[in-house]
Design a protein around this ligand. Structure first.
Ligand SMILES: [Zn+2]
Ligand SMILES: [Zn+2]
Ligand SMILES: [Zn+2]
Ligand SMILES: [Zn+2]
Length: 141
């Protein structure tokens, strides 16, 4: 059973997230200084020095710059800090889902695995691994 009792009630006012956007864990997090972003990250999850936690220097997460050309981002991944501009979207196999949001190729693979696991229990097959899976004979319909 999923435990819902700990779910936070978000007020209208902006509250920074208190789990890491990359690994979904809590701890010592740094908050993105980009207006309205409020994503939090472990320094090690985004490859920056721990000193960023204590410094006053603004820090902006990866969602605001294109992964490829470092220009202004337009599309942002739902599940990680990857983002892309208009012109680089083809370069990172970004799947566009809704508005400016979608899933990068990494997160899409993970999402598919989770979906498959939900549907077929612990069978071990997935959309991606279907052809090579050792378990492929065990589903009967
Ligand atoms: Zn993390
Ligand atoms: Zn941000
Ligand atoms: Zn770009
Ligand atoms: Zn992603």
């Amino acid at each position: 059973m999923a435990k819902n009792s700990g779910r936070r009630i978000f007020k209208k006012e902006k509250v920074a997230e208190d789990w890491c956007f990359q690994c979904k864990d809590g701890g010592e997090l740094m908050i993105c200084d980009h207006g309205g972003c409020l994503k939090a990250y472990h320094p090690e999850c985004v490859g920056v020095e721990d000193s960023v936690l204590t410094s006053d220097k603004p820090w902006i997460c990866g969602r605001h710059a294109c992964l490829i050309c470092k220009g202004k981002s337009y599309y942002q991944c739902y599940c990680c800090d990857r983002a892309s501009c208009w012109s680089c979207i083809g370069e990172i196999d970004f799947v566009h889902l809704k508005g400016r949001n979608g899933l990068c190729n990494n997160c899409l693979k993970l999402a598919l695995l989770v979906e498959e696991n939900r549907n077929i229990d612990s069978d071990g097959t997935s959309e991606i691994g279907k052809h090579t899976s050792a378990f492929s004979g065990s589903i009967t319909s």
